[in-house]
Design a protein around this ligand. Structure first.
Ligand code: AMP
Ligand code: MG
Length: 512
């Protein structure tokens, strides 16, 4: 484990692309930077020892006050559709790629968010406020804990600098890491500019570094362009899996513009995201999204639409539109099968039977009608014992109660308890039909699939308010439970409780 950034081997692969892809420029120093938090787990990925966090070199680099030794600082250009409308050129308006770090298991690009203006800042100040930075920092960790693909957060640095949003707010810089920050919009950029040569370079870069399997095709049978169809197929599959992950965790991204869609299928660019409290299929987490374009239930279809834009761009280097269309069409199958697998493990189903679709759809409807808490509904379901399973008695004994003791916490989450009980009867009968695993095993596997803790808005809000006072203890506490959100921790009961009334008043907008 290294103590300094300069000891980590570098490979600035993105910077090795021609300079059409970016602008080289330094970050803008931050006044009175103070390390609010750094992640040992993220540091380990790049071979950096957590002991580095107390070194001034670390703070200087992750605040953007000193360039990464051996790095190559740049802002990347891309374009995209925002809220369904072509926005033209965008680019890293407040992100700087510092360089590529060779970790023990692979290469990580290190990027700072909020380290000053770039040629792509348009009207923006190039800064990020502490509020949204804490949210990104926590959310990246929450996703890792849930097993959802995401960019990583290495550190968060607070500053005395202030910027204007709805009110004056203090700024911060998050250092984040991903194997690549290339977006759908990076491809759209070259389609808009009618530059097949540069798009091919970008596609080859992505294939060489991340999807080498695309190169395995029969050169006698298929044209060179076939590898780009394979690229689309893989991105379709990864994105479909990501959507299933989001849906199964009640996660809303909030700004699924094509420039926020990762070519690696990672959750990228945390803005007004939200993990749902009360389930509403049409939940809109972004206060600015008045039309509900990015509502929870719309996310898979939006991802498909975004993939269509990527395919449309790739058409510039793939003449065979039918092949691209076919790759796009596989989205639904990938999404549905991934979603089915996730729902099976969330409900503890070991096989798929006729009627399971209806059972699951009816659960969503029940939750929606009752605005039942997303996370607790599934978590409490795990504690419900099967009807005729002999080991149920033992489980109920272990839980310290009667048969009803296993059911009551679930039923109590619903306003209409009869409605909930009726569905639960069907579920328990369904579970009882499964000979194996035992009730105990099912409960254990369901507890491992249904988190107890999620980054609820009000929990993030508490951490923000502490951070605004210079206190990182709430971030620390949240990270303790979010690192393994499936395991109940003594002393953290309040973190898994239903949200307080004020939580529904929190408004999260694009302003960050
Ligand atoms: P987003 O949808 O938040 O990921 O951002 C959309 C575009 O606006 C990207 O090109 C960002 O770099 C840019 N942007 C957002 N906020 C700022 C800011 N404060 N300063 C400069 N550019 C920004
Ligand atoms: Mg963005």
């Amino acid at each position: 484990m290294y103590l300094h950034f300069d000891q980590i081997p570098k490979s600035n692969t993105f910077a090795s692309l021609p300079d059409d892809f970016y602008t080289r420029l330094p970050t803008t120093p931050l006044s009175q930077p103070r390390l609010l938090h750094a992640s040992s787990e993220s540091a380990r990925l790049i071979g950096l020892s957590p002991a580095a966090f107390s070194e001034s070199v670390f703070l200087n680099v992750v605040s953007g006050n000193v360039a990464l030794p051996g790095g190559d600082t740049l802002a990347a250009v891309y374009s995209g559709h925002q809220f369904g409308v072509w926005a033209g050129q965008l680019g890293d308006g407040r992100a700087h790629l510092l360089g590529g770090l060779k970790g023990p298991d692979g290469l990580w690009e290190l990027q700072l968010k909020g380290a000053g203006q770039t040629p792509y800042s348009r009207m923006g100040d190039g800064r990020a406020v502490l509020r949204s930075s804490v949210r990104e920092y926590l959310a990246s960790h929450a996703m890792v804990g849930l097993g959802v693909p995401t960019t990583r957060a290495l550190s968060i640095v607070a500053s005395a600098d202030r910027v204007m949003r709805e009110t004056m707010e203090t700024t911060a810089v998050v250092a984040r890491m991903a194997p690549s920050f290339v977006r759908f919009g990076s491809f759209q950029h070259w389609a808009a500019k009618q530059r097949p040569d540069l798009m091919r370079l970008l596609a080859d870069y992505v294939i060489d570094h991340f999807y080498p399997e695309c190169k395995a095709f029969d050169k006698h049978k298929d044209s060179d362009a076939y590898q780009y169809v394979r690229l689309l197929e893989i991105v379709v599959q990864r994105t479909a899996n990501l959507m299933a992950d989001w849906q199964a965790n009640g996660f809303c991204h909030g700004v699924m513009n094509t420039d926020n869609m990762s070519i690696l299928g990672l959750t990228l660019d945390y803005g007004p995201f939200g993990f749902m409290d009360a389930f509403d299929a049409g939940h809109i987490c972004n206060h600015t999204d008045s039309q509900g374009r990015y509502a929870w239930h719309a996310q898979p279809a939006v991802a498909h639409w975004n993939l269509y834009q990527l395919a449309n761009s790739l058409h510039l280097i793939v003449p065979d539109a039918d092949a691209l269309r076919q790759a796009l069409d596989s989205f639904e199958t990938f999404f549905l099968s991934s979603m089915q697998k996730k729902m099976m493990s969330k409900l503890g189903l070991t096989d798929w039977q006729d009627g399971d679709h209806v059972l699951i759809d009816d659960l969503w409807s029940l939750m929606h009608r009752n605005r039942a808490d997303f996370t607790l509904t599934f978590r409490q379901l795990a504690h419900v014992s099967g009807l005729t399973d002999a080991s149920a008695v033992q489980i109920e004994h272990d839980l310290g109660g009667t048969v009803n003791a296993s059911i009551q916490p679930f039923v109590d989450l619903f306003i209409d308890r009869d409605d909930a009980s009726a569905w639960l009867d069907r579920y328990r009968r369904r579970i009882a039909q499964q000979g194996s695993p035992t009730n105990h095993e099912r409960i254990q596997s369901m507890l491992a699939s249904n988190p107890l803790y999620v980054l609820r808005n009000h929990l993030a809000q508490q951490a923000i308010e502490f951070a605004q006072e210079g206190d990182n203890s709430e971030i620390e506490r949240l990270l303790t439970i979010l690192a393994n959100p499936f395991e109940a921790k003594a002393g953290f009961e309040a973190y898994s409780a239903l949200p307080p009334a004020w939580a529904s008043k929190i408004e999260v907008s694009c302003s960050s």
